[in-house]
Design a protein around this ligand. Structure first.
Ligand code: C2O
Ligand code: CU
Ligand code: CU
Length: 536
């Protein structure tokens, strides 16, 4: 009996001990979480933002990507792009291995008018397969330049289409399956500007490189020798490749001489993973005049413009007041969910969204008379109406780099859309700690709401890429007109390029009518009989 008692009391003691350690463990966890949460809220106020490139002088003249001349052949405007590797002096005195179109870093600006027939002969001399995608462009799937239009090294690919977009700042970049992030990072990207009758008439600043300035903004990392490096270490925890240096049009530490007048900046965030909260050093207001896919209905006065990778904004700033230089900056991103900032701060040691950067110094000079003006009315945007939508789709994002639980499979058709149908697409980021910029090929959409709240004025234009913040749900209204192809898909994906490459991408085909079978037939996927989809 005594032995039994002793044994049971020993059992009880060990049980208590186990409970105690459990309590201690739980207490520690809760304590730590609480502390971290408090730290994340206090962090920006105590620590402030880190001025990352404070020591970089803005004293190199901004490179303006050359306009690409096209020649007209049989009523078609033909442009030539050659992708190749090269060496570029990105940092003074140091030559980096880079890649570019018709040059060694970035590519020329293509410019076309709505209604124009264009063809681009894309020659691949990279020594590896690539593709060239026309981001934001409305065009047939076979011309889209996604993963299903690979250009083997040595080949030339000649997509052609009629420009149907309205005036906008679009861009082009590789979209090679699994390799987009590295190829873009190396320098393969360029602008594609579209003009239309409306933009011709408005009188906005539009002299390219003079008062209409393209700004391709990218963060990059360099080694001690000043050479470009691509780092995707695990410590980055799927943040994507980020750098402490900023290049604008490939120029590090840029300034630009401009006239004392209205200056239009066409800003493209062509970074792999960083978003920028643009604003001016003296907090002067500017007017946002365009979103990804074209002009807003009216200028929207702002002091900050947040752009995620893939997004564009056109802004107009008044520099007529004085000769005093003013610097375009990127400020901390505020207002996101605390747990988001917490995660970034804890995982990366330095929250990239609390970082401050100089981007470009603008130096106004009196000797250049102004001509451009800012009209009160810029565009007419026909609103798509939710009551006309025939279908809703939900795209659930997770930080495990999947959409609707599925990582990218280039042999699978994820969605079948009927041509001309109006649909509501909901981007659901409630499971995520990251923000994800959701991009859809081939079309421009309109925002309906963010978490049920109507979009802000500057988001009421045509968009092809939209930030979906952690915990947020964004609904857009969308329509795919003109082109159907049951065999070749378009992509939708997160435009953080590492997320895209890790599988945060899906494929949709546009079909003529619901009875048409979607059936992948692509050089990438092979002819795959097992992947049918049907428009329901
Ligand atoms: Cu800018 Cu699918 O890409
Ligand atoms: Cu795209
Ligand atoms: Cu993402």
């Amino acid at each position: 009996m005594g032995q039994e008692n002793r044994r049971s009391s020993r059992l009880l003691a060990s049980k208590l001990l186990r409970w105690r350690s459990l309590f201690i463990a739980l207490g520690t966890i809760f304590g730590l979480v609480g502390l971290a949460l408090a730290a994340s809220i206090v962090y920006p106020y105590v620590h402030g933002t880190t001025f990352v490139n404070e020591g970089v002088a803005l004293e190199r003249s901004l490179v303006i990507p050359p306009l690409l001349d096209g020649r007209v052949v049989n009523g078609e405007k033909v442009f030539e792009l050659t992708a190749r590797h090269g060496r570029t002096e990105l940092m003074p005195g140091a030559w980096s291995d880079t890649a570019g179109f018709n040059g060694t870093y970035l590519g020329p600006t293509i410019r076309a008018h709505t209604g124009e027939r264009v063809r681009v002969d894309v020659k691949n001399e990279l020594g590896e397969t690539t593709t060239v995608h026309w981001h934001g462009m409305h065009l047939p799937a076979a011309m889209d330049g996604g993963p299903h239009q690979p250009i083997p090294s040595g080949d030339t690919w000649s997509p052609h289409w009629t420009v149907r977009n309205s005036a906008a700042t679009l861009w082009y970049h590789p979209h090679t399956l699994g390799k987009t992030s590295q190829q873009v990072y190396a320098g393969l990207a360029g602008l594609f500007l579209v003009d239309d009758e409306n933009s011709d008439r408005l009188g906005l600043p539009n002299t390219y490189g003079v008062d209409d300035i393209p700004l391709i903004v990218q963060d990059r990392r360099f080694d001690e020798g000043g050479r470009l490096i691509y780092v995707r270490d695990r410590a980055q925890h799927n943040f994507g490749a980020m750098g402490d240096d900023i290049l604008v049009n490939g120029t590090r530490g840029p300034y630009l001489d401009v006239g004392r007048r209205l200056i239009r900046l066409r800003i493209l965030n062509a970074s792999n993973a960083r978003r920028y909260n643009f604003g001016f050093s003296d907090d002067r207001p500017f007017w946002q005049i365009a979103t990804d896919g074209g002009l807003l209905e009216a200028p929207v006065e702002r002091t900050r413009a947040l752009l995620a990778p893939g997004e564009r904004a056109e802004i107009v700033v008044d520099l007529s007041e004085s000769d005093q230089p003013v610097t375009l900056m990127s400020y901390a991103v505020r207002g996101a969910a605390p747990r988001y900032h917490l995660m970034r701060a804890v995982l990366s040691g330095a929250n990239d969204e609390y970082q401050l950067f100089k981007i470009l110094e603008l130096r106004p000079h009196p000797d250049a008379p102004g001509t451009g003006q800012l009209s009160a009315r810029l565009n007419t945007i026909a609103r798509l109406r939710p009551q006309d939508a025939v279908r809703s789709r939900v795209f659930r994002m997770t930080d495990r780099m999947s959409i609707n639980g599925k990582p990218m499979d280039h042999t699978r058709i994820d969605e079948v859309v009927r041509k001309d149908d109006i649909e509501i697409w909901e981007f659901d980021n409630r499971e995520a700690l990251f923000y994800h910029p959701f991009h859809v090929h081939n079309t421009q959409f309109q925002l309906l709401d963010r978490d049920g709240k109507p979009p802000a004025d500057h988001e009421r234009g045509w968009k092809d890429t939209v930030i979906v913040n952690p915990l947020e749900r964004v609904r857009v209204i969308i329509r795919f007109a003109d082109y159907a192809d049951p065999q070749l898909p378009y992509m939708y994906h997160c435009h953080i390029l590492e997320h895209e490459d890790m599988g945060m991408m899906g494929q949709f085909v546009v079909v003529e009518n619901t009875s048409q079978e979607a059936h992948l037939d692509s050089p990438l996927a092979g002819t795959n009989g097992s992947n049918h989809g049907r428009g329901e």
